[in-house]
Design a protein around this ligand. Sequence first.
Ligand SMILES: *Cc1c(COP(=O)(O)O)cnc(C)c1O
Length: 289
Amino acid sequence: MCNLIALTVHCGPGDLILLDKSAHPLTNEAGGTAVLCGAIPYPLDGTRGMFTPDQLAEALVPPSRNRPRARAISVEQTTNTPGGRIWPLEQMRAVCATARQYGLATHMDGARLLNASVATGIPARDYAATFDSAWIDLSKGLGAPVGAVLAGSATFIESAWQWKQRVGGAMRQAGIIAAAGIYALRHHVARLADDHRNAKRLARAIAGAPGLAVDPEGVETNIVRIDVTGPGMSARAFADRLLAEEGVRVSTPGQAVVRAVTHLDVSESDIDVAANAIRAVAERFAASR
Ligand SMILES: *Cc1c(COP(=O)(O)O)cnc(C)c1O
């Protein structure tokens, strides 16, 4: 809802929102911005969820009467489906500078911004400061049961508040939810480092398992992306067997991609159990060939 509201404040019907091809508003929000705002999410062919100022400029010029009006960019920190990758601050600033040069609004989908901040030591406000709007998720790694916080200028928030009302986001009893969010912000930020350590531990433990490709060096935060490469294996088949035979759940964002996410309910010893399970299933697949 934060992405939907922010992009709807920034854009109107027929406007372009430029974002990476893997970005959440394009791939995971049921086309909400197209339906409710009428804006067109325009995918850029970034790397690991991140695009460059040149790629952005390439999509914007030459201006023409026949083109839809480009109105906003959206940047995902950390990148979700590409595996929890962190946008370098300089690249973010450069992309936003290019966007401003062309008169575009800048939005950050900071669902996991605090993961990036804990991993790099760069304050969340430094990442957010380069955008017109930004939000964080209080659930996900922070562990609150529900909730998110959207930030922007007073004028932006005034409009955002109206859109929140329109899309059914008003809640009279929000205090109890805010309390859990405040608890999460006070107690669950620094410990995101544990999740990052656990994700790395998982990736290292399963690297080299037959039919799986995982890059422990590429694990920057709390997401482990595993490519299922064995002959005849699919992500679905692997995930189904892992659950049926070992009781471990992973998601399957692609035909041959399995995704594991660490969070405050998963301990270091749970990671070892999961790693052994993943290895065991990979070996059984290999043996049955
Ligand atoms: C989780 C997430 C969201 C919000 O998704 P909801 O399912 O609506 O909470 C948005 N962007 C990214 C990158 C996310 O990971």
